[in-house]
Design a binder for this molecule. Structure first.
Ligand code: PRP
Ligand code: URA
Length: 212
């Protein structure tokens, strides 16, 4: 029987089209960054689909009526430094009231193990739904360590949003954080021997910041 991965793949045509442009090796930093921001915005639309609403009384220029607004859910966005920063503005454009936390994690190139180097969060993390963003979920080590750190700091409601995942990374999140919904735009084939996602899009941080 085929293995079932617990992951929401957002395969909206606009997202898939933009992701293909990002994958192309000739796509430069400016376009790559803009496309990532746009995809993050579109993915936010999808992951907030079940956010609760409440009715309020308003007055239009024509009549009084009841209308729906978000029911005051407190949200935070937590980019995993550095590449997660490329998704921050897309989420923040959609949820302007969201507070922003930062978790610094880099992958040791030899061991592929995550190394934490920074953490600064809003003081009320336990009251917020935190959307953790990082374009790449490869071995899953960085995202899993970031989620564990956020839980240690009191986070109770977490969502992980990545652009491209390897099946290996999805399995790690499913196993180590079964309580965290995982949203991605694509699950690719595999990891190569350097821990890069195949076909993937290369090193996301370097492509965002032009440090290739
Ligand atoms: C990349 C990426 C993830 C991590 C994924 O970051 O942005 O954080 O690798 O790999 P993993 O799932 O195997 O942990 P990187 O370590 O290259 O740092 P950067 O964002 O500073 O470029
Ligand atoms: N980090 C990246 O930026 N790209 C990969 O393919 C894997 C990890």
């Amino acid at each position: 029987m085929a293995e079932e991965l617990n992951v929401h793949v957002i395969n909206h045509p606009l997202i898939q089209h933009k992701l293909t442009l990002m994958r192309m090796k000739e796509t430069g930093t400016k376009d790559f960054r803009e496309l990532l921001e746009e995809i993050a915005m579109l993915m936010t639309y999808e992951i907030t689909r079940d956010f609760p609403l409440k009715e309020i009384e308003i007055e239009t220029p024509v009549a009084k009526c009841k209308a729906k607004v978000l029911a005051g859910k407190k949200v935070g966005v937590v980019p995993i430094l550095r590449a997660g920063l490329g998704m921050l503005s897309g989420v923040a454009n959609m949820i302007p009231a969201a507070r922003v936390g930062h978790v610094g994690m880099y992958r040791d190139p030899e061991t592929l193990k995550p190394v934490e180097y920074y953490c600064k969060l809003p003081s009320d993390v336990s009251d917020r739904t935190l959307i953790v963003v990082d374009p790449m979920l490869a071995t899953g080590g960085s995202a899993s360590a970031a989620l564990s750190l956020l839980k240690e700091k009191g986070a109770k409601s977490l969502i992980l949003m990545c652009l491209v995942a390897a099946p290996e990374g999805v399995r790690v999140i499913n196993k180590e954080h079964p309580d965290v919904p995982l949203y991605v735009a694509a699950v690719d084939e595999r990891l190569n021997d350097k821990g890069y996602i195949v076909p993937g899009l290369g090193d996301a941080g370097d492509r965002i910041f032009g440090t290739l």
